[in-house]
Design a protein around this ligand. Sequence first.
Ligand code: N01
Length: 538
Amino acid sequence: MDPVLHDLDALVVGAGFAGLYELHHLRSLGLQVKIYEEASDVGGVWYWNRYPGARVDSVVPVYEYQDEVLWRDFSWKERYPDWTELRRYFQYVDRKLDLRKDIVFNRRVVSATWSADENRWLVTSQDGSVVRPRFLLLCVGYATRPYIPSFEGMSNFKGQCHHTARWPQEGINLRGKRVAVIGTGASGVQVVQDVGPEAAQLTVFQRTPNIAFPMRQKALDEETSKQMKRKMYEMVFRRRRQTFGGHYYDLYPKNSSEATPEERYLMFEDLWSRCGGLELIAGNFKDIRRNQEANSELYAFWRSKVLDKIKDREVQDILAPKVPPHAVGAKRPSLEMGYFETFNLASVELVDLARNSIVQFTENGILTEDGRERDFDVIVLATGFHFLTGGITAIDLIGTDGMSIGDKWAKGVRTYLGMMSCKHPNMFFMYGVHAPTALANGPSCIEAQGEWINGCIKDMMDKGLTRIEPLQEAEEAWFEQVEQSMSEGLFEAPTSVFMGRNIPGQRSEPLLYVGGLPEYVRSFNPSSVSAMIRFDNL
Ligand code: N01
């Protein structure tokens, strides 16, 4: 055990956007804080996700901290930065705020038990070390624990097989290789469009078509960056808290039902050609995720655009079928740069798993239902994550009732504001379950939550309070809001990650608050907070 860490005020788990924010801000409140990070460097998802083509789908400067000290002298090279740029940014933040001295890398937290005697968490790591912080902050992200389906014969495959979020840090040269990609979510789309042109053969195994929007990437030169900083940065940072998705643009303040078909078409066309990106959904009519008719029109519009990009009729039907796989926005839309055109290359093949499923992995590749075995050098598993809860339930977090959070949530996930759990005092989590998370820009959501959490901690310190914990009624009341927000929208999808349906056998239930960031932040209102939370001075 490290004796210096014995009486830590706060332990933060994870050194991504949320963890670094908490380290910096809690330190400035005078707390003794450390981060434990499983990886060997800062960056969180941007440490782990370094697969070919990995990049963020929020634009500069939305996807960065609002602190001027951090943006004044840092310039991005592209509107949508890739993983190398994001790593450069995290290194910059680390240096600028002198964070590293309080981060222990290569340390994975495995369990934590609340000690009622000490009013502290006893936190154990994989290396056997124990630390006893007053506060425990789980900044583990929402797409942390890779989901790897159990295909028969996986261990027989003699080539390389990697999940996108566990891509070898040294990279893999895929030029001239025979590559398979399983999964066509955001990660799969990015791998396909990046690897397609250089692989000798690329086979894409698709289960559900991806209603991907054009990214409209642009390079940023030094002069443009300077202008943006001078003219819009501060306004954008203020604006992001006011918008549904934490971006600078917002839903159009009119229902599609009040617009004529022509007006709707022109709106879609404008968003498509001028903006692209997530604005196609998050800048669209305010009821686009609620109105089936307008949503179907948007799908038909999207399909007509995408069909123009794909040459082969059969491939068109698989990538952009006439019948929508689900409503537009029921899953988080991915952004693409040449994804659909990649399938026009002679070396790229698409397998529709809905008609021809994977039977097993073999020594040399993959055997499908039609009896065909394809040989591969590398298989890429772009199969997603134990979304929203997986990073937290991976830690054995034992509450005051002796029950782990995993066992509690197995009966139905309950949280308070997506930040606290009853029976888990002095424990906070960020950018995860029951918050706007997957529908909101990361830094916008994290900074809003961080302000609230740090306010609670400061208040406790100022008043000499020892313990904070939400009441069970508070959790039930928040769950009702989560459930209601989702029931109002078109979120039905057979394998919805927002409902936990992407993992076979997992309970299907609302895991995301989809009421938008401003509504979410309004729920932090101090009068409801004091009524719903128990503070103790033991
Ligand atoms: O994961 P996903 P992801 N057999 O769960 C398929 C963020 N992100 O890593 O749709 C065959 O979306 C599954 O099929 P289906 C972003 O929030 C952001 O791509 O369930 N296929 C799906 O196609 C995103 O939402 C960025 O039918 C199987 C895919 O695997 C989140 O991370 C970049 C299967 C999983 O897609 C996760 O995206 C990357 C099976 N047994 C990620 N099981 C940017 O910022 C699953 N699939 C741009």
